[in-house]
Design a protein around this ligand. Structure first.
Ligand code: 5GP
Length: 140
C-alpha cells in the first residue's frame, strides 16, 4: 500500500484544514484528536510522509518519540493524569483509519472510561480549551 498525500493529516500539515495545535517543531506536529476517547486525547505526527510505522523512514522515528515524550508529559500535567496511554495502529486490520503515521496520547486516571475509537466529534471550543491547557503545560 502506498502513501496517499491527500489523507487528512497531510492536509493538516499543509494547512489546508484546521487543527487545534499544541506543539510543532521542524520534524513533528501535535494536535487534538477531534473524536477524543478521553479529554486531552492528543495526536503526534511526523512531518515526513509515511502510512504508518511500518514504512516510516527510521530517521523520522527518533524526533517523533522525542515529541511524544514532551507532549505526553504536558498532557499528564494539564489533565492531572495518573498515567498516559500511548497507542499506534498500523493498517486497517489493526484499527488504523488515517493513513499518515501518528501516535495517540491519552491521559488515564482510575475510574475514567475510554470512549469509542473514532467515535463522537468533540465541541471545538472545548478542544481549543484543552489545546491551550497543554500548550501552557509545555511552557510552564
Ligand atoms: P487511527 O485509527 O488511524 O489510529 O486514528 C485516527 C485518529 O484520527 C482517530 O482517533 C480520529 O478520531 C482522528 N481523526 C480523524 N479525522 C480527524 C481530523 O480531521 N482531525 C483530527 N484532529 N483528528 C482526526
Amino acid at each position: 500500500m502506498s502513501y496517499d498525500p491527500d489523507n487528512i493529516f497531510a492536509k493538516i500539515l499543509r494547512g489546508e484544514i484546521p487543527c487545534h495545535k499544541v506543539y510543532e517543531d521542524d520534524a513533528t506536529l501535535a494536535f487534538m484528536d477531534v473524536m477524543p476517547q478521553v479529554d486531552g486525547h492528543t495526536l503526534v505526527i511526523p512531518k515526513a510522509p509515511s502510512r504508518n510505522l511500518l514504512d516510516a523512514d527510521p530517521a523520522a522515528l527518533g524526533p517523533l518519540m522525542v515529541s511524544v515524550q514532551k507532549v505526553a508529559n504536558a498532557v499528564r500535567k494539564a489533565f492531572a493524569a495518573e498515567g498516559i496511554l500511548i497507542k499506534q495502529f498500523n493498517e486497517p486490520a489493526a484499527g488504523q483509519t488515517v493513513f499518515h503515521l501518528h501516535v495517540h496520547i491519552l491521559p488515564r486516571s482510575a475510574g475514567s472510561e475510554l470512549r469509542p475509537h473514532s467515535g463522537k466529534m468533540a465541541d471545538h471550543a472545548l478542544l481549543a480549551r484543552h489545546a491551550e491547557m497543554i500548550r501552557s503545560a509545555l511552557t510552564a
